[in-house]
Design a protein around this ligand. Structure first.
Ligand code: DAH
Length: 339
């Protein structure tokens, strides 16, 4: 074959492609020219029989032909078959759309957002504080003495004598009160850090949601209980309420631990609540007068309550997640199941 003949074949093939009636015809031409047994690959195979001197020019011409045929086919649309673009015969507007994977919110984000919505209805606003705190906000102002175990280097990530990764969201209480006059009514979600060894229920960093209500009108433990009971029902469903157990926190007096009715058995007793009918979810209490003194409030003039939830804990019981580590592994199969 001469170069001129080759050019003729090329022109004919391009004409054929341009004239093809539908996608099937284009596909047939693709097979004919550039398919595995097509004429262009056959020519390439036959190159060894072309005289040495003509080979470069011949090779170039064949490659150019191949590229032009492929471009022409692409232009006619079969190279774009899936989208139907440029392939009028295949465009069917009545076909169902193609499914696209939508992301979903992480369970921890969902719990935080839902909590903000529920407390928002009760007049609480959301405030945030830094993850890097000083000793005063994280401990001293919260009436936690230097010898308290939580201040120990084995329990807390210290950067230097004064600077640490906050062990709780309670310092946001301090920041809020120092920056605002009462009444204050806030919730403070955020990340917290402790030197815990990771296992199914512990993680060195986790999340809390702090709550604080302080007013110049008298605030009582009954107010705290009613607000938490409302939260329990809204978050976990009808039939879920709260009970208080006496406890100790340095920054509240009296202090309580807060249990929700087990949302699985509604209090009857089951595996999830270890037959007690209750699940521990938070610490809470009436703000200690010493805390008020530290932030410059007059304890004779104000009263209030505070509480602190573990976000992971609520997510784990709400969604039935048995291992805290699943919340951090970013395995989309797990996230999809909750979507
Ligand atoms: N900060 C406490 C903790 O990390 C939780 C807590 C308890 C927060 C009582 C409070 C509170 O505001 O009043 O264990």
């Amino acid at each position: 074959m001469t170069l001129a003949e080759l050019e003729e074949l090329k022109a004919a093939s391009l004409k054929e492609i341009a004239a093809a009636a539908d996608a099937a015809a284009i596909e047939a031409l693709r097979v004919k020219y550039v398919g595995r047994n097509g004429s262009i690959p056959a020519l390439i195979k036959g190159m060894k029989d072309v005289p040495q001197a003509e080979r470069p020019a011949f090779g170039k011409a064949i490659q150019a032909w191949k590229a032009e045929v492929e471009a022409a086919i692409r232009e006619r649309g079969t190279g774009n078959r899936e989208s139907g673009i440029g392939d009028r015969e295949e465009l069917d507007l009545t076909k169902p759309g193609r499914w696209m994977a939508l992301g979903s919110k992480h369970p921890l984000t969902r719990v935080i957002e839902e909590t903000a919505r529920i407390f928002g209805r009760l007049g609480f606003t959301v405030v945030e504080g830094p993850e890097l705190e000083n000793r005063f906000n994280n401990f001293t102002a919260l009436n936690t003495p230097p010898h308290h175990p939580s201040q120990d280097r084995t329990d807390t990530f210290w950067f230097n004598d004064d600077c640490l990764l906050r062990t709780q969201t309670s310092p946001v209480q301090i920041r809020t009160m120092m920056a605002n006059k009462p009444p204050v009514r806030v919730i403070c979600p955020g990340r917290t850090f402790r030197r815990d060894t990771t296992d199914a229920t512990h993680s060195a960093n986790f999340h809390q949601i702090e709550g604080l209500y302080v007013d110049t009108k008298p605030v009582s433990l009954a107010d705290l209980k009613s607000v938490l009971a409302y939260f329990a029902k809204e978050m976990m469903g009808d039939g879920v309420t709260v009970r208080f157990r006496p406890h100790f926190f340095p920054f509240t007096e009296p202090s309580v631990e807060v249990d929700f009715t087990c949302h699985v058995c509604k209090g009857k007793g089951c595996r999830v609540c270890k037959d007690s009918g209750w699940i521990e979810v938070a610490g809470a209490g009436m703000v200690d007068p010493r805390v008020f003194q530290h932030v410059g409030y007059d304890p004779a003039q104000v009263s209030g309550y505070a509480f602190g939830f573990g976000v992971e804990r609520i997510a784990m019981i709400k969604y039935g997640i048995p291992d805290i580590r699943w919340l951090y592994e970013n395995d989309v199969r797990f996230l999809k199941e909750l979507a």
